[in-house]
Write a protein that binds this ligand. Sequence first.
Ligand SMILES: [Zn+2]
Length: 376
Amino acid sequence: MLNRKSRARSEFFPAVLLTLLLAVPLATAQAQTQETLEIYLIDVEGGGATLFVSPAGGTLLIDTGNGGQNAARDTRRIRDAMDDAGVADIDHLITTHWHGDHYGAMQELASQVPVRHFIDHGPSVESNERVAEFLNTTYRALYEGAEHTVVTPGDRISLAGIDITVVASAKRVIDRPLPGRGGPNPYCADFVSQAEDNGENAQSVGILVRFGEFRVLHLGDLTVNTEFELMCPNNPFGTVDLFVVSHHGQPISNAKVLVHAIEARVAILNNGTRKGGQPEAMRVLYSAPGLEDLWQLHFSQLSGQEYTVPGLFIANPVDDVQEVMPIAPLTGPSRGAGAPPRPVHNGDAHWIKVSGHGDGSFTVTNSRNGFTKEYR
Ligand SMILES: [Zn+2]
């Protein structure tokens, strides 16, 4: 596998062979503490694109951002993160579900970057001609030249040094707890269900990623009734360090039964300027036990000053920055044909990067302002 880390190691080796031989126990101990699982939350304007890079340089990309006229933009942003990590290919691409903000730039990306393994929940459950056409032609051609897996809860995805367990897929959830976990979830009793979601969001592939003691939960756009199925009556995996907030921070996902039970230290919102960050979702996040910080990929007009985090924790503004953020949250425009265009953000895009250590500690960095915080 060609990547910056392995290149660096092979150049390093002959020059200091003697030193290494004399100091193996110390060098090994240092290498272990310095190894990180790097995670890039890439700004694709309210879509999904999360890159994991293992200490050995293995890669997992979850979702490929938006398509159509935005495919080139989002591909460039994903490639910028790959360049920063020093990786040139994708070992595993999980498409959480078949919505355009999650698989949109796949064709463009796969034409530029080798993708070895395509992972999904199976066919779309929605009747949408464009998606059907994509799955039957473009996607089929891509995975026939590579590896393809339709995952089931409980499956493992292999990435050296990293343990990746599928906990949700195709509206089914993991049916046995991870070893040593599975205690009753005290939030189940207060759960309020929502209208049944028979669309693609509920089909999302969700994974738990473990690197030593460091644990990350990423559930795509999973909606609340399936969160309940996953988390009740028993919490199958316990607590996590990092929660990639589901569904861009919208309140049709992110029920307390999930968000409060996992006791994440840090949550990151992959929101857009007018997608996610609504007051109901922010209240659930801010009141979550153990949460130290919420970070956001975007400023959200749906939060207003009343519900937003400090700018230090926000990676991207809109291009047309307002001098004063309104105190009250805006109500988003209704969707569909009559909706006004979203505020533009086509200039520099910034990611939020997480570096996780095997001992469970991690750092989070905002690439816009360089603000970094350590979570020991
Ligand atoms: Zn989405």
